[in-house]
Ligand binder design. Structure first.
Ligand code: C2E
Ligand code: SIN
Ligand code: SIN
Ligand code: SIN
Ligand code: FE
Ligand code: FE
Length: 414
């Protein structure tokens, strides 16, 4: 059993590990984009294998995307299909053989698999040529499949994928698989480190951490689009913010079990102890130089600040925990940071964290109903939260709900 100090030390070392992270979600979006570019394919998806199912995890579709308002993303569906030979994707995932199908509506009746018209029917799309390649490790473990849809010739007519496309996609899938395996292992490692170091807070589990990160990235992206941030910067920042948001409460490893798991409201003294998780989190990432460590430190330190200046820990030096020079109040405490004094990442994770905390049961409280949650967020605009971020929250509420569903407790999605 590690002491609190040893837990903190082992997490400090984790910071170095994290320098090398490539965010899985962003990586897979990129794989899809590049694969589609190679073959001039209108659409594509990546399905990831988990618990005997293929999860429809990433999707891009130029035709459908053009029908959406600017800056909007396709809402990802969470449907899953069993890994067996009855579907195209399932066939590829269970046999490890690629399939190059010129027209999915014209399959020989003797083939074991059928095209599922479900996607076309719900999306209002017409799938024709489909190339499906397994994503496999060098030891032949199938991680998922890469599927690209509707190759187009120079005049935009849908054509079959060529033999050259197939060769290219195999090469591409091999490269992608290595990256996918590594990213999955790293992400799983972070989650395992978080639970091993024992948050001990039974509700701060993988799904919670994933949801807060998913909400934060979604809110950030909309903020960044409004502020005309360059797309390459947005993509890189999403990567960094997602991991930082996953670690927002990691400083709670330094909080005693008695307080963390108290099945009742905290008293004032206990609450003071609890507040230190922000500073303890920030300390884990100091001395580190990467963008990632900086972001993780900023999020840990600032996610409980409030827009009106009534949050914590305020203008302190995270090393000593004492007020910064010039920020000492008569009672010896530091005033809270106010408005845009609070770094953007702190403001974003504040909204994401409270939304998730209210939506789920904790040892000390029940889950709230949706109406109560939304009115709390609304009331928090300009007091607890940055009003612009609350506006974005409501404008992207359907997307946030989709993220919430995707990372529900029983379908943990590493
Ligand atoms: P958490 O459970 O992740 O909650 C994060 C934030 O969501 C809270 O920050 C608060 O702003 C909001 N929140 C959560 N539950 C409620 C609620 O019932 N009502 C309202 N109005 N807001 C809520 P806060 O208060 O700074 O707490 C930070 C962390 O301290 C919490 O993280 C939790 O781990 C712990 N904590 C706070 N209050 C209690 C408590 O009464 N009992 C116990 N055992 N832990 C508590
Ligand atoms: C990307 O293609 O790298 C990102 C796509 C997205 O922003 O959803
Ligand atoms: C996004 O990346 O577009 C939103 C969140 C997620 O992928 O989980
Ligand atoms: C930032 O904090 O990085 C962006 C500026 C702002 O706070 O609005
Ligand atoms: Fe917190
Ligand atoms: Fe939290």
């Amino acid at each position: 059993m590690l002491s609190e100090q040893e837990k903190l030390d082992s997490l400090t070392r984790l910071g170095i590990e994290l320098n090398q992270i490539n965010d899985l979600d962003i990586l897979m979006e990129r794989v899809l984009t590049r694969a589609r570019q190679f073959a001039n394919a209108d659409a594509g998806s990546i399905y990831i294998c988990q618990n005997g199912f293929l999860f429809f995890s990433y999707t891009q579709n130029d035709t459908l995307h053009k029908k959406l308002p600017q800056g909007a993303n396709l809402i990802y569906s969470t449907f899953k299909i069993p890994i067996n030979t009855k579907s195209i994707a399932g066939y590829v995932a269970s046999t490890g053989c690629a399939l190059n199908i010129p027209d999915v509506y014209d399959l020989e009746a003797t083939l074991p698999y059928r095209f599922s018209k479900q996607f076309d029917e719900t999306a209002g799309y017409k799938t024709q040529s489909v190339l499906t390649i397994p994503l496999m490790t060098s030891s032949k473990t199938i991680l998922g499949i890469l599927q690209i849809i509707n190759a187009q010739n120079a005049s935009g007519k849908i054509v079959s994928f060529s033999a050259q496309d197939v060769r290219m996609m195999h090469h591409f899938a091999a490269v992608a698989s290595v990256a996918l395996e590594r990213a999955q292992m790293t992400r799983a490692l972070i989650l395992r480190m978080i639970s091993m170091a024992e948050m001990r807070d039974p509700f701060e589990t993988g799904p919670h951490v994933n949801r807060v990160a998913g909400f934060a990235v979604e809110i950030y992206e909309q903020w960044a689009i409004r502020h005309r941030i360059d797309r390459t910067v947005i993509d890189k920042t999403r990567d960094v913010l997602r991991m930082a948001a996953m670690l927002h409460d990691v400083g709670k490893v330094g909080t005693s079990d008695l307080i963390l798991n108290k099945p009742a409201r905290l008293n004032a003294d206990e609450y003071e102890v609890m507040k230190a998780h922000t500073i303890q989190g920030a300390r884990l990432f100091m001395h580190q130089q990467s963008d990632f460590d900086e972001a993780a430190g900023i999020v840990a330190l600032n996610h409980h600040e409030r827009w009106d200046g009534q949050g914590y820990p305020g203008h302190i030096d995270y090393r000593s925990g004492l007020p910064l020079t010039g920020y000492m109040r008569p009672d010896g405490r530091a005033p809270g940071k106010k408005g845009t004094e609070i770094p953007l990442f702190g403001r974003i994770v504040a909204v994401a964290d409270v939304f998730d905390a209210l939506s789920t049961k904790r040892t000390y409280k029940e889950a709230w109903n949706e109406e109560e949650i939304l009115s709390q967020i609304e009331r928090g605009s300009g007091s607890h939260f940055d009003p612009e971020l609350v506006e974005i929250f409501f404008s992207r509420y359907d997307m946030l709900r989709a993220i919430q569903k995707r990372y529900c407790e029983d379908a943990e999605h590493l």
